[in-house]
Write a protein that binds this ligand. Structure first.
Ligand code: NAP
Length: 311
């Protein structure tokens, strides 16, 4: 299915790479151009076929493109939007894949010319890996992609972008940007921050040597370390650009943590049991919604299958 004839990828990492491979999986005659910051990434992307042509600058990469996807850390989007603005084709659509939406609208929006559509987006799919070789074609299969069109967005352009994400296997939902930012903290940003904190705490505790952490780590901690291995630049930018929602959710988190702490101190087993029963139900509803599997070692089997597939 060919939704756009020419797609320009600004940034050639995990998300852009997966978009490219998803387009290729569909077949069809789609021209993909792209750029990234470093010559090494640009060269790799060309060698592994993520792009038909790679350019040193974003300005060159977007020329003639029907869809331009900003797939870089959020802190880099403003300058790239400014650089590319004079080179965008009339009638083209600019979107992004950033994990925060209100800030992207503020940073990118003012640079978009009147004759170009701007529809921010966030595919709710990813891994802790980064770089051009980490992408895979089925990353977006059965995952949600949230689009946050500003008021007055052209309905036809929006329908076309929706069709594009659906062609990559995603389910699409339209959402208000600030609501998106709050939801994203609950389901993604805060869990990452908590994982970063827990791994930091373990690292700080001198009686747990690095070797013990590595050797004896139980599944819970192992999953934290996987999340805490996520790209530092990307996550720095996420927290710097989603301050209010992050601080609001962290406030709630701290209150809950104190409640659990109190229950442990006072020996309130009923409280702990009821709490853990409720959270177990949440896990069940995620599995029922098809957003994870019930496999015992969840995540790992799927990840190694992906690695094998890529080889
Ligand atoms: P990634 O694998 O680290 O790739 C980032 C890409 O951006 C790299 O190709 C990098 O080039 C390029 N880049 C960085 N600064 C640039 C600049 N100034 N000019 C041109 N290119 C630049 O990151 P990713 O995981 O694909 O994330 C990209 C975006 O997707 C982020 O905004 C993130 O919030 C969002 N997102 C990520 C996930 C996830 O789980 N990873 C999920 C959903 C959304 P070099 O390699 O040369 O540095």
């Amino acid at each position: 299915m060919t939704v756009y004839k020419h797609v320009a990828l600004i940034g050639l990492g995990l998300i852009a790479g997966s978009v490219s491979l998803g387009i290729r999986r569909n077949g069809g005659d789609v021209r993909i151009t792209g750029t990234a910051r470093s010559p090494k990434t640009r060269q790799t992307a060309l060698e592994i076929g993520l792009v038909d042509e790679v350019f040193d600058s974003a300005a060159e990469a977007v020329k003639g493109a029907d869809l331009i996807i900003l797939a870089v850390p959020i802190g880099a989007m403003g300058d790239l939007a400014a650089e590319t603005a004079p080179h965008l084709k009339a009638g083209a659509t600019v979107t992004d894949v950033g994990s925060v939406k209100s800030a992207v609208i503020d940073i990118v929006g003012p640079h978009i010319p009147d004759n170009v559509h701007f529809i921010p987006g966030h595919p709710m799919a990813g891994t802790e890996k980064s770089g051009p070789e980490s992408g895979f074609a089925h990353l977006f299969d059965n995952r949600w992609c949230l689009l946050t069109p500003p008021k007055g967005t052209d309905a036809k352009a929006l329908a076309q972008l929706r069709e594009f994400w659906q062609s990559l296997g995603a389910m699409v939902e339209i959402m208000d940007a600030s609501h998106h930012d709050l939801v994203a903290v609950v389901i993604s940003h805060a869990p990452h921050l908590i994982a970063y904190t827990m791994v930091g705490v373990a690292d700080d505790m001198s009686r747990i040597t690095e070797q013990e952490v590595v050797n004896y780590s139980a599944a819970g901690f192992r999953d934290f370390t996987r999340i805490a291995a996520s790209d530092p630049t990307m996550w720095r930018d996420v927290f710097l650009h989603n301050k209010d929602a992050t601080l609001e959710v962290l406030g709630r988190f701290t209150e809950e943590l104190f409640a659990l702490q109190r229950a442990i101190r006072t020996g309130d087993g009923d409280f702990l049991f009821d709490y853990f029963t409720r959270t177990r139900d949440v896990r069940r509803s995620i599995i029922d919604a098809g957003q994870d599997t019930d496999a015992v070692d969840f995540g790992r089997a799927a990840a190694s299958a992906t690695e094998t597939e890529k080889k």
